[in-house]
Design a protein around this ligand. Sequence first.
Ligand SMILES: Cc1cc2nc3c(=O)[nH]c(=O)nc-3n(C[C@H](O)[C@H](O)[C@H](O)COP(=O)(O)O)c2cc1C
Length: 226
Amino acid sequence: MAKHKKTDLGLSTILNPVPVVMVSCAGKNPDRAEESPNIVTIAWAGTINSEPPMVSISVRKSRHSHKLISETGEFVINLVNKSLCKPCDYCGVKSGKDEDKFASCGLTAVKAKNLDYAYAIVESPVNISCKVKQVVELGSHDMFIAEIVGITADEYLLDENGKLCLDKAKLVAYNHGEYFVLGDKLGFFGYSVASKEVFENRMGYKKERDKYKRIREQEPKKGKKY
Ligand SMILES: Cc1cc2nc3c(=O)[nH]c(=O)nc-3n(C[C@H](O)[C@H](O)[C@H](O)COP(=O)(O)O)c2cc1C
């Protein structure tokens, strides 16, 4: 089949898509300009353990944020939604050495849950407080391995039963140098083996069907001409 005829691409960081996140941090003395709350855009981020929940971010030594995170052992992963996409890109091309990126982007810094020094971005839908456990020097980047010690989320993301509906957040993914907002829901964990009833419920098809059934069955208002 011609479609699957392979070509050799050599070696590169080709794993895609990846999350793109805004990592916020600060020094121990945030009143000093060089230690004030900062934001760095990170694509080399990932979940690495379930119990305890752990993540890693890989940061070049040259980044201003590398210095701040190394000093305090703290950072916050702020998830990026559609409206944060442009500030996210900006924080990935400007350095906190030269400017206050919170101010430049019109974003709000708030002390992060369960951390002493790092700040979270209020405008982000989900803020994940992290404490560094280990630093691994890999080559170009140092990988900060960290434990999640607190999570806050915008209340609008919870349904009537208090369940987190992250699909409402319009999160952004990074695919080979470009940003995309997450689109069509194709399924859920285990949908390949789920019953038709479970599948239709979880995909929201039943809710939609019931909605249109209600509309169809509505009595026409008296005196109204159709
Ligand atoms: C989409 C995107 C992803 C990035 N991912 C990383 C990354 O994973 N690690 C890293 O060290 N720098 C990454 N960068 C570059 C830094 O965000 C950028 O150098 C930033 O200006 C550093 O800010 P700072 O000096 O205030 O820490 C990325 C930039 C962009 C735009």
